[in-house]
Design a protein around this ligand. Sequence first.
Ligand code: SIN
Length: 294
Amino acid sequence: MAQAQRKQQARDWPFEVKPLHPVLGCEITGITLAQAVEPTMFGKVYEAFLDYELILFRDVDLPPATQVAFARRFGEIQIHVMNQYQKYPEFPEIYMLTNADKDGKPTGKHPDKGTLHWHTDGSWRERTGQATMMYSEIVPPAGGETEFADMYSAYDNLPAEMKKRIEGKRAIHNLDFSRTRRHGEDPMTAEQKAKVPPIAHPIVRTHPETGRKAVFLGDHAQEIEGMDYDEGRALIEELNVLITPQDQVYTHVWSPRECMVWDNRCTLHRATGFDEANHVRVMRRCTINGDRPY
Ligand code: SIN
């Protein structure tokens, strides 16, 4: 939903929202994140999450235990199959994106190069990501932003001929495919692969809560069911570009202590690069399990 349309909706929220971009995203002010997850407030905050697809709270104190507790308000948290990203044994729900070594110095390695390409979290699972809550601990002085693209308008803006071409089609999402392609120096183990076999999801999904249609694709999509592999790959590549035009993209420049929650069912996101050899970036992520797309 474009911001202009949103303004016309009567919303009775006991907090302020500041749009971050004409197409998606808002900052919530006037309440703290701790207040936002209280039972009496959460329903309204969730409305803002559905309307804006991405909500941001600044200047938040969010230790790992609190992050897990708050993320649980959105639903069941995924325990990621790539368990080498679980840095807190007591909180396997947290996926840590960090290039800091044990002394806090940069390792020179990007933690997950797959995140640098447009994707939606957990699209390689049967129950794909509903929301992701990400917290910024340390951010580099340049780069390391996160970009977001709205998949409702991506669908609305597709040429009629393309809508027809993809109608009823399903893409096969496969974490092993994207991991090998983007971060092949550190591939999945046989055990990890066995836990998340490739899975087909509709390319156009209906958001289970808003009822709106959205494109559901991104970098984990390997091939198109029932289509010649190369033809399917070409179509996926074409669509992934078509659905992420720069003027429809919100780029979030992080400051430390920010907490953002985005809706994986109607957005794609990707991180931008940074100088991993000289600067540190530490982000903590919890992804909440959603439904099987339809
Ligand atoms: C992600 O892709 O889930 C993380 C994005 C980021 O590191 O900015």
